[in-house]
Design a protein around this ligand. Sequence first.
Ligand code: NDP
Length: 466
Amino acid sequence: MGISTLSAATTKGTADYVNEVLTSVRAKNPAEPEFHQAVQEVLESLGPALSKHPEYQKARILERMVEPERVIMFRVPWVDDQGNVQVNRGFRIQMSSAIGPYKGGLRFHPSVNLGILKFLAFEQVLKNSLTTLPMGGGKGGSDFDPKGKSDNEVMRFCQSFMTELCRHIGPDTDVPAGDIGVGGREIGFLFGQYKRLKNEFTGVLTGKGLNWGGSLIRPEATGYGCVYFASEMLKTRKEKLEGKLCLVSGSGNVSQYTIEKLLDFGAKVIAMSDSNGVIHDHEGINREKLAWVLELKNVRRGRIKEYADHFKTAKYMPVDPSKDFNPLWAIKADCAFPSATQNEINAKDAATLVMNGCKVVAEGANMPSTLDATKLFLEAKILYGPAKAANAGGVATSGLEMSQNSMRLSWTRAEVDERLHNIMIAIHKNSFETAEKYGMPGNLVFGANIAGFLKVADSMLDQGLV
Ligand code: NDP
């Protein structure tokens, strides 16, 4: 039975329907601006799909998609190295299981709150749909700040966090991964505690170590995938990454492997950053300098300022959060790879990038551009790869890790990389062709949102009112 037969609701005009849902989202989820922003960006691009398929409105697909299937919020008590009791808040948002088990990262950062995780979970649903793999969407994390904590403190926190989370996840239910502040070290501690509590060794997390179920290329996947996506965008204008000047924000996992793959393609990366400041190296960040950054960030856990102290070809510019621009985006370059965090490019930064001749923006981070910045990129008709398409390589390779765990075997580095590359080509093709089909050629925001949405919406119709 089609779900449309369950509802006698009359359909409104598409624009009215979208506005009504947006108004209700803002009213029902106060103080969650990032969630409102993510929902608005998606819903406002779905008009043509909603007009073509009135059955979605009848089945209240939008209202159902903006309501998480389940939200779990919990206390995370732990003891620091001085013996003091600390209390953090833990979350898991199980947003949609329409096309597979919930899947999405865990973020440990002091800024984490319900609204930020709901925006990330909402984006994740459509992103996972685009990957071609059977994964639903979720996101979780904590306001715990791993910066400045000892390994023992991070371990005690992870163990306490997993003690509650383990009740809600499982290899066929919900499979978390890393995100900001959650890398190989944290995944190890979380996996160890899950295994101990459940007495089972399963693929319940991705981003695992290679010796215990991890996939080759998973650490590299988001960055590599973003560069493959940028290369596909450039091909549509018969251009290449080779010789292009690139800006990469952040200096964490996504940034590091974006830079590595850009070097493989013959591009020149001249800047990177962290939350305190930006380094501008006019001679370019070569492989030797990148290896130094990896040691700085992943082992010594230092600040990017030290790069400019060590390499005299670079200058350091501190970031002043009270200012309405980031000096990184004022450096003249051909391509920008925002790879740090949400809303790191505002309208002023976007205008500066476009004015300086930037032709490509490929989003490694989630929702790094504000709504106004996105609008500016689209109006300027530069090659703009929105996050849910451009950074989907990370979760796609997590999907490949799940497949390998289920089959109890490991693919080679070349095999995983080839699958990742093909997935990024397919995501670009699907987004590009969907944009054309629905009358917005070249607009990948539009294409990615509609393509991701259709698969989820049709699966929801097939499965009835759940
Ligand atoms: P990491 O923790 O490895 O690195 C994050 C980087 O971003 C650091 O350089 C950090 O600087 C900077 N950063 C974080 N928060 C802020 C902030 N509020 N303002 C300025 N800079 C900030 O995280 P990842 O590289 O894994 O994630 C980066 C982005 O990519 C996030 O948006 C994440 O959601 C997205 N992403 C990650 C995927 C993955 O596989 N890891 C997959 C898809 C998307 P500092 O050290 O100063 O905090």
